[in-house]
Write a protein that binds this ligand. Structure first.
Ligand code: TTP
Ligand code: MG
Length: 435
């Protein structure tokens, strides 16, 4: 059996991490092996998986050609016509009228992204997701166990291709900076490793805009100094750069030399999970508030379950028409992620708050805090809560596939007549909730 399959076993992964730590202590910082993995034309690629007839064609995700939006993702075939992310759809249509324009569906991309990150997480705990389709991995010290970093990168690419059916590009280098530039150069479906000590040479011919802190303004300043390539920037004396660009001058010079000591930082677990929404019109309609609270509780519960966590504290938030906000919390006897329990506590807090102050409400929110890992919980739960939790999981599976509104529970049903739906979810005034 290969290491690759062995690594799918999480117990084995922790053994490997122990070995890796031992090897890390003897490893020079300059010899870090950082990977940057980025999916190719991500939104378009997901659409091509669903509809293989789109493969090999100029495809744009972002909206219909007449719409006011911009290109979110363009297939490499579309890029050959000069299309790129951020270009207005009108211009994209003018340049390539034969392109296929798709509005896209965020839940589908979120789902593919979660599967992508889950594959990466099997290779190292030192994983830093960046945005929806890219991540850094620190594989420093892994070679004695995994084999070469190059081979591991190939296995990562293969897993993504086999399981998500889309291609990824990977850069390998001693730093995040150089690994990211390398993956970008390798696109699409490429793999590029910059050998230790070759960073400066690798960067030298590239335009300065490839460096992370060079935006249009900085580019203008540097061009004013006669600098267009990273190599030219690296050759300038630091005092001159500092005089012209301020403190950033020194940092940017280090980048130009390929020096970047930023660590791969795994995300910190959130201390609380909450969802809230502001209404288009302030309201005191109790049934409406309850229906929204049910919806928000289900969103909080689903997120807790997705993260494998439970909460011991539930907090209700209300903002009144005069912008005055209150929060009311209750600590639970046992941690839970059951929608029914979160909602039940929320309703009690809501009723109490409305009794104390009858004023129009402009925002309602519910949050879960004092979080623990699911597995830490002893099985003291009463069986009705266990049943709810099982039901929640079954509903999560359906919603992950078909959207939130694919399955609805009684208390939130009134929302059906009030809000329109898009891509399987309600469209609220708070856009992030609609995804
Ligand atoms: P990118 O990785 O920047 O772009 P991409 O994956 O489409 O193409 P490639 O990496 O091969 O160059 O962004 C990932 C997704 O994020 C992209 O598919 C759509 C979304 N996105 C936007 O919605 N708006 C944007 O302006 C950009 C740049 C990306
Ligand atoms: Mg990408």
């Amino acid at each position: 059996m290969s290491d690759f399959f062995e690594l799918r076993d999480s117990q084995h992964l922790s053994v490997i991490c122990e070995k890796m730590k031992a090897s890390l202590s003897t490893c020079n910082r300059k010899e870090r092996r950082i990977l940057h993995v980025d999916l190719d034309a991500f939104f378009v690629s997901v659409e091509q998986v669903l509809n293989p007839a789109l493969r090999g064609k100029p495809v744009v995700v972002g909206g219909e050609p007449g719409a006011r939006g911009v290109v979110a993702s363009a297939s490499y075939e579309a890029r050959a016509y000069g299309l790129y992310a951020g270009m207005s759809l009108t211009t994209a249509y003018r340049l390539c009228p034969e392109a296929i324009f798709i509005r896209g569906s965020f839940p589908r991309y979120r789902d593919a992204s979660a599967r992508f990150m889950a594959i990466l997480a099997e290779f190292t705990p030192y994983l830093e997701p960046v945005g929806i389709d890219e991540a850094y991995l620190d594989l420093t010290g892994f070679e004695p166990v995994y084999g070469s970093t190059w081979g591991t990168a190939l296995r990562i690419k293969q897993r993504i291709r086999d399981e998500i059916k889309i291609t990824a590009s990977v850069g390998i280098a001693t730093s995040k900076l150089v690994a990211k530039i390398a993956s970008d150069m390798a696109k699409p479906d490429g793999l590029l490793e910059v050998a230790t000590g070759e960073e400066r040479l690798f960067l030298a011919p590239l335009p300065i805009v490839k460096l992370p802190c060079v935006g249009p303004k900085m580019e203008r300043s540097l061009k004013g100094m006669g600098v267009t390539t990273i190599g030219e920037l690296a050759n300038l004396p630091v005092p001159l750069l500092k005089a012209n660009l301020g403190p950033l001058g020194e940092a940017i010079h280090r980048y130009a030399l390929g020096i970047d000591e930023r660590k791969v930082e795994p995300p910190q677990a959130a201390k609380s999970i909450s969802r809230e929404t502001t209404f288009i019109e302030d309201t005191l309609d109790y049934n409406f508030l309850k229906a929204i609270l049910r919806y928000l509780s289900e969103r909080v519960g689903a997120e807790l379950r997705r993260e494998g966590r439970k909460a011991r504290c539930v907090t209700l938030k209300l903002r009144y028409a005069d912008f005055d906000s209150i929060t009311r919390s209750r600590t639970l006897r046992e941690a839970t992620n059951a929608d029914q329990v979160i909602f039940g506590v929320g309703v009690v807090l809501l009723e109490k708050a409305l009794c104390q102050r009858r004023q129009l409400v402009r925002l309602i929110g519910i949050g879960a805090s004092s979080l623990i890992g699911e597995q830490k919980q002893l099985s003291l739960l009463d069986s009705s809560i266990e049943r709810w939790e099982r039901l929640d999981r079954a509903i999560d599976r359906i919603r992950n596939r078909y959207g939130f509104t694919a399955i609805q529970r009684g208390q939130s049903l009134p929302l059906k007549d009030i809000f329109s739906t898009e891509n399987g979810d309600y469209v609220f005034a708070t856009p992030s909730l609609s995804r």
